[in-house]
Design a protein. Structure first.
Length: 351
């Protein structure tokens, strides 16, 4: 566990730390959580069942040794199954049912509430050199790593709003920003394109793809292939010290699709996100002065509890962090929504 921070070298925009390694920050979080009683189970989720009052999460492997204490395991050998400590607050009938299914193998966790915080992952080019130099000049976050390229030349790969935003962010630090796009026009908004075209530090190379990132222990350049109007392909090497991949993100929510409401890209919709989307829909309809057919978001609105901003379309299931947020994607913002979700779970359980 640790998400994108595990892949981040220096973190310099997290409150309380001038600079800290991503894995080190994650380890501090784990220790703090364990200190206050959290049980951490390092397993992959194979499936979920949110159709019943008791929510069920199925894991790939048995977790009997991870959710039972040593004393409980010893007791099991002498007197039969006992319920895990994590189930101690269930009703007696529920606890007996769970205990009876765990004689030798248990691969699920049952709970009254769940917080989904699976995050999102950056999409990469898939180059061996890209993987090898990740964290050594290759990044997917200008906000996180832009400071390290002050006065240097960097390349941004992509053509959507994210790529152009990354490029503009990097102009605050780099001496030159080269945006490489595989097509002959951007997919980004017109406003964003105009800002990029006007900026003196930004150069755009059209119809180009990156085939290799050059360098052994750090980025020293990139090899690109540029297709001309006559469909001729020309190879070229560009000297750059940093490469920012901005071809999109993918939320790690596959297992939850169809279980809770998600958008077309797979991001989970919670109440706060629902409110934002409803405002967007209303604004769009007012511009064309038409009511039109109701959208999926509008049709699903009745499933949400307005008293809990982080709750999803399923009662008791909450979502926070980058699996919801497709805009900011920062450790600090993810932690903030995680805290909000935890507070709301506590409030919901009490009620």
């Amino acid at each position: 566990p640790g998400g994108q921070l595990i892949l981040t070298s220096e973190v310099e925009n997290y409150p309380g730390y001038e600079s800290i390694l991503g894995p080190e920050l994650i380890e501090k979080m784990r220790k703090q959580a364990a200190k206050f009683g959290a049980r951490i189970v390092d397993e992959n989720v194979a499936g979920v069942d949110f159709s019943q009052k008791n929510l069920k999460i199925t894991l790939n492997n048995s977790v009997i040794n991870k959710i039972y204490s040593r004393d409980q395991l010893a007791s099991r050998q002498k007197s039969g199954p006992v319920a895990p400590r994590s189930y101690s607050k269930f009703e007696d009938s529920q606890r007996r049912s769970l205990a009876q299914t765990t004689d030798s193998f248990v691969n699920f966790i049952a709970s009254r509430s769940v917080i989904i915080a699976t995050g999102a992952k950056a999409l990469w080019l898939g180059l061996e050199s890209e993987t090898r130099l990740r964290g050594k000049g290759v990044s997917a976050c200008a906000t996180c790593d832009g400071f390290f390229f002050r006065g240097k030349t960097v390349a941004v790969v992509g053509g959507g709003d994210t790529a152009l935003e990354e490029g503009l962010t990097l102009t605050k630090f780099a001496s030159k920003v080269i945006i490489i796009h595989r097509r002959d026009q951007f997919r980004a908004s017109k406003v964003m394109q105009e800002r990029v075209f006007r900026h003196p530090k930004i150069k755009v190379i059209w119809n180009a793809t990156v085939t290799e990132i050059l360098g052994q222990n750090k980025v020293e350049g990139i090899k690109i292939q540029v297709k001309s109007q006559k469909s001729k392909v020309k190879s070229d090497n560009l000297p750059v010290q940093g490469v920012f991949i901005a071809i999109g993100h993918q939320p790690d929510t596959e297992v939850f699709v169809g279980k809770v409401l998600t958008d077309q890209k797979g991001y989970i919709v919670n109440t706060a996100r629902l409110a934002l989307e409803l405002v967007k829909v209303k604004s769009q309809k007012s511009k064309v002065k038409s009511v039109g057919q109701s959208t999926e978001i509008e049709r699903a609105a009745h499933k949400f509890n307005p008293n809990y901003q982080t709750m999803t379309s399923v009662e008791g299931v909450f979502a926070a962090g980058d699996c919801v947020d497709y805009v900011y994607r920062q450790a600090a913002t993810a932690v903030g929504t995680g805290v909000a979700a935890a507070l709301e779970v506590e409030k919901w359980l009490e009620n």
